[in-house]
Design a binder for this molecule. Structure first.
Ligand code: PGA
Length: 280
């Protein structure tokens, strides 16, 4: 795990956008796993800005979002498809057919969505880079505490803490979705690279549990400790409960000094080097 502590939430977005830009330059037809929520909004804004500047293109990219609510009215304001369109997709050159959500059609049995989504991810070649936020209860996607660490895409009922956190975003006339279809923890762990973003003091305990706590289904993000290529990008507030804060900063300075001596382009970055999984 590489922990990058930066000074502000804006810098989290900048650093994450640099990594996504490098991914897009390194592999223009890459497969991205994307997250919704308040955390990645600034990242998506930055990507739109960079697209408008001609720095990046999403023309060949395929995307798979982590999750989608179940039982929403068509075109609901709460849908994650709509969120992604508003914050990113509609402002870029991504092809509509390359955008994927674990959605359930009107008459479909929601329990059949997961296997089809897993198949689509695998058929696209697997996820090259997965962007994640983290819930205050340690969830990733909608994998709530007690989710199997090997779970695949499936229906999940949301935890009370998640319902409470999400209720703040509802308007008076809106009914809160209580279930979702989410990539599983096993699905997320199959991604070749993972970027976990967190900002604000309300995430500090969740981040500390993910990075320094015991690996446990009670804190799903802690499983990321067992992944080969995870970068955790947090602002000072979200990092405030990390015991090894200074060590992570020291490691980063050391790694930067190697990059400045031996080349700092995406192709020189071990994050992008091929591993055996890339050859699957
Ligand atoms: P947030 O949600 O970005 O809105 O804090 C993150 C999550 O619940 O995964």
């Amino acid at each position: 795990m590489e922990v990058m502590i930066v000074s502000s939430s804006d810098e989290v977005a900048q650093v994450a956008a640099d990594i996504l830009r490098d991914m897009l330059l390194h592999k223009p037809a890459c497969v991205l796993g994307l997250a919704t929520g308040s955390t990645p909004i600034a990242l998506y804004g930055e990507l739109v800005h960079r697209y408008q500047q001609g720095e990046i293109s999403l023309r060949e990219v395929q995307t798979f979002n982590l999750d989608e609510y179940l039982g929403l009215q068509p075109k609901s304001r709460l849908s994650y498809r709509r969120f992604m369109s508003e914050h990113l997709f509609a402002h870029t050159d991504i092809e509509a057919d390359n955008i994927h959500f674990p959605e359930c059609a009107a008459e479909q049995d929601p329990r059949t969505v997961g296997p089809g989504y897993e198949w689509a991810i695998s058929n696209a070649g697997g996820i090259d880079l997965q962007v994640l936020g983290i819930g205050a209860n340690g969830h990733i996607g909608f994998n709530e505490p007690s989710s199997s660490l090997g779970s695949r895409t499936r229906v999940k009922a949301l935890a009370p803490r998640t319902l409470q956190d999400n209720s703040k975003l509802l308007r008076d006339d809106e009914t809160q979705p209580e279930m979702a279809i989410t990539m599983g923890i096993g699905t997320i762990m199959d991604a070749r690279r993972i970027l976990l973003l967190a900002t604000g003091e309300h995430k500090a305990a969740a981040v500390a549990g993910a990075v320094e706590g015991a690996i446990s289904a009670m804190h799903p993000a802690s499983v990321l400790q067992a992944h080969q290529r995870v970068r955790v990008i947090v602002d000072e507030a979200a990092a405030s409960q990390l015991q090894l804060r200074e060590y992570y900063q020291w490691v980063r300075r050391k790694n930067d000094s190697i990059a400045s001596q031996h080349g700092g382009s995406a192709d020189d970055d071990p994050w992008f080097h091929k591993t055996v999984e890339d050859l699957d």
